[in-house]
Write a protein of this length. Sequence first.
Length: 330
Amino acid sequence: MNSAITENGGNISVGVVMDPIASIKPYKDSTFAMMLEAQRRGYELLYMEPGDVELVDGEVCGRMAPVEVRDNNDDWFTLGDYARRPLAELDIVLMRRDPPFDMDYIYVTYLLERAQDAGVVVMNDPQALRDANEKCFIAWFPQCCVPMAITRRADTIRRFVDDHGLSVIKPLDGMGGESIFQLSPDDPNRNVIIETVTDHGRELVMVQRYIPEITQGDKRILLVDGEPAPYALARYPGQGDFRGNLAKGGHGEAVALSDRDYWICEQVAPELKRRGIVFAGLDVIGDWLTEINVTSPTCIREIDAAHGTNIAGDMFDALVQRVEANRAGD
């Protein structure tokens, strides 16, 4: 690892494990916001995709390329020459691959955990990425949530909907509003929807009581090292849809956090910090927590643009503190 942090931060190396950079939308991509901030600080910035991470003879390495980024929606990056380097040579690795959260994702976290053991600061903690499923993790905070069930049984789902009325059913490993359905007791398609989402009882799913305040926005609250950004992105459903996901035609507006939002953050933050989750996104509808996103939370760019915040800067401040602590222990 590098031996000292210079005054301008230039002696920090940051590896970013992400989906193909050529396919992102830079104007709304939070990983890109992180890369812009790392470059602004003078950090060495290195690009990898998940398939570039490997373990050979006990050493975790990455096929990585130096990358220059530009805040230009038509021409946003230039890659240098790829080289194979041990991850232990880096100070920070950002794991920013999007779901689906499948076995390949888990295997990469095993490799990143070995890098972490070698002294690399990995965000988020690899074990936390495995343990804190973005749907299931809300079960640790029942005081913040509407009634919900996690099951693969059709009879349990039907009984839940009969008891609670209009509900939402969704898979545990998706993102961006994929395969989310409404269920009502009198819906003639109810059984078909349950069969589809559970893959005929083979897949666990989440069922939650529907929250009508979705019309007032599905808020994404970003927490850095347990501290919430003062503004959330309220995502409003598009025409003819009940989902607030921007990927499904919703639109967003950056809004100040409410007292209830801050209370929810206070409930969740200690557990995030305990697990080493530096950057998380809470989804809140009305007064209720609906998801805790830890794999690749988004909405940095929209909030920063609206209110002049620098959420990626706050994130790197927290990560560099960990780098300094690691170096002090060398």
